[in-house]
Design a protein around this ligand. Structure first.
Ligand code: LMR
Length: 407
């Protein structure tokens, strides 16, 4: 036995696994190679490859200079919450405001976490939260750390680089009635592959039959098609069909507010009289975790959404950003074709949003990282926003090498 003064209460703390996204981005930052490329984390980069602050944010920041730093209400800024719900649900929510509750959250992750805690407390014990296979790597962590069982539903057909719609429908059908399904609003992370409108309708039909609960993860509204309303189709469909649903909105990508942690959780109820009690419980959870949300990011979003000129500027900039990503998809596809890289790479341009799920295997990814200093996720996910006209040929050369020489 160790002498008492050598013992620590914490000696039994096991090492947690590294985060599969942040660890890659950190490795990129530590690399000193002059040609290194970061296509790991889902964060927009300007054509010069640098982090980017939108003009509408500059403008809003000027207006907010000197704003007080007092605590926000526990549930956040009232206008921010209302405008967040309107941005997502649009006209579909008109007349239904009283049966919805929105609270400001620590971006998408915080909103998901609050929502999953709510599920644990108020849905029947053992309710399973289903996430797509593959999905954003944090979904299962959030459920696990909240003490909620999670499982996967089929989503992507890796062989044919497209949605596995039949598999998805089969798993929705086979899940116990009343399960929660995390559905990516649009621009699915990591595959960039969304259901069509007809497929969404069929998903909604089946979800209704099974009494499942949609939990919309809305991190990329505006990034899929460049059109905010178009991108919100799935959430509006579920809303219009009368589902009691949850939504987690992040403003990290569409306002470029990554580190500001601005987001919102909305929960829809069939009955308006549930809402005050639901809000009281959400506020109690927030107060017990972090008292009240941060001010700056949400104030920026609220300022932009409430001002027609700033809002128009934001919409224009968002179109430019999603347009630049589409341009880079085409540039990568063209460069691979020029190099006659074996295989069909057209999924690079048919996929949408920030990511392309290249189909490169972990060994090929390893070559890209170790030989070329190109940092992507081991799943083969590339953040297309990290590509630009200076690095796309280099990345295509590396992919050509990996495909030719690594099985
Ligand atoms: C990503 O998927 O790269 C982003 O959503 C960043 C994150 O938090 O994982």
């Amino acid at each position: 036995m160790e002498p008492i003064e050598e013992m620590s209460l914490w000696s039994g703390v096991p090492q947690a696994p590294v985060d599969p996204i942040y660890s890659v981005s950190l490795a990129y930052k530590a690399d000193t190679h002059p040609q290194k490329v970061d296509v790991s984390v889902g964060a927009y980069r300007c054509p010069g490859g640098k982090p980017f602050v939108m003009k509408c944010i500059y403008e809003a920041e000027k207006r907010l200079l000197g704003a007080n730093k007092e605590y926000l209400p526990i549930d956040g800024i009232c206008d921010f919450n209302r405008n967040s719900a309107e941005l997502l649900f649009g006209d579909a929510m008109k007349g239904h405001e009283k049966r919805m509750v929105t609270v400001q959250a620590l971006s998408g992750t915080g909103a998901l976490r609050l929502g999953v805690i709510f599920i644990r407390k108020y849905l029947p014990a053992g309710t399973i939260v289903y996430a797509s296979r593959p999905t954003w790597t944090n979904h299962h962590n959030i459920c696990k750390e909240s003490g909620v069982p999670s499982a996967e539903y089929a989503y992507y057909d890796t062989k044919n680089s497209r949605l596995d719609f039949d598999g998805m429908m089969r798993d929705i059908e086979n899940a116990p009635n009343g399960s929660v399904f995390i559905l990516h609003l649009c621009a699915h992370n990591p595959t960039g592959c969304d259901p069509t409108r007809e497929q969404w309708e069929a998903i909604a039909d089946l979800m209704a039959k099974k009494r499942h609960i949609p939990f919309m993860d809305c991190a990329y509204q505006g990034y899929a098609s460049g059109d905010l309303d178009n991108d919100a189709f799935s959430a509006r469909l579920f809303f219009e069909r009368g589902f009691e649903l949850l939504s987690a909105q992040s403003y990290s990508k569409n306002f470029g507010l990554y580190g500001e942690r601005a987001g919102a959780l909305t929960i829809v109820s069939k009955k308006a009289d549930n809402i005050p009690r639901m809000l009281s419980q959400l506020k109690m959870d927030i107060r017990a975790m972090y008292s009240s949300p941060p001010t700056h990011g949400a104030r920026l979003v609220a300022t932009i959404l409430a001002d027609p000129e700033l809002r128009a500027l934001w919409v224009t900039e968002l179109k430019e950003m999603s347009g630049r990503i589409r341009e880079m998809r085409q540039a990568l596809l063209d460069a691979l074709k020029e190099r006659n890289v074996p295989g069909d790479w057209t999924h690079i341009t048919s996929q949408i949003g920030m990511f392309t799920y290249t189909g490169l295997n972990p060994a090929q990814v390893k070559l890209l990282v170790e030989k070329y200093h190109i940092y992507l996720l081991s799943s083969g996910r590339v953040s297309v926003a990290g590509l630009n006209h200076n690095n796309v040929a280099y990345v295509a050369d590396a992919i050509a090498d990996a495909v030719a020489n690594v099985q």
